[in-house]
Ligand binder design. Sequence first.
Ligand SMILES: O=C([C@H](O)CO)[C@H](O)[C@H](O)COP(=O)(O)O
Length: 209
Amino acid sequence: MEALDTAVTPALAPAVTPAATAPGVTSSLAVIAAEIASALTRIERDAATDLSATADLVLEARRVFVLGAGRSGLALRMTAMRLMHLGLEVHVVGEVTAPAIGAGDLLLTASGSGTTGGIVRAAETAISAGARIAAITTAPASPLAALASAVIAVPAAGKLDRSEAASAQYAGSLFEQTVVLIGDALFDALWHRSGQSADDLWPRHANLE
Ligand SMILES: O=C([C@H](O)CO)[C@H](O)[C@H](O)COP(=O)(O)O
């Protein structure tokens, strides 16, 4: 037990700001809520944003593949689940059951930087195979965006993404939060277009614990 304490202590050492003077969780939550609202509002006003085109690409696709690295990928998995609930054939790239992508398929990607090597290479491969790309990114001039048929440009760069950070949060946190909400907005719009009721979708929810 003593050895464990010794190992953990150095990780806690940088916390030099007394808890009483540091912003509390409630304060941080208010900042995050304001940042999300600002980023999503600015998406609506951004002429480069292609929300409707992305929804159309999803509807037109034979199958939808989703791909993102790290937290961007985790956020996009939530969208993958909802699109499956909608009745679409959806695959998470990297899962053992994901088949080869091909003509008529859509690769829906999320990358804050738009430069993550594995994502860009996968997009190039997908295009070679005849698929189309949709990209959610903070960087509309990035290599990933250049490959995409539709780009949802989110003003959500974090402190490690670019020098002119749009967010006070750590790294890609704001971007990753918006990916979840953009995915929910895509789902919501597509759900209404589908004419299905909530009851129609419910049987597609996982029933194995
Ligand atoms: O997990 C991530 C990191 O913690 C930033 O918050 C990123 O999502 C991951 O590194 C992928 O980067 P991007 O492709 O630039 O989103």
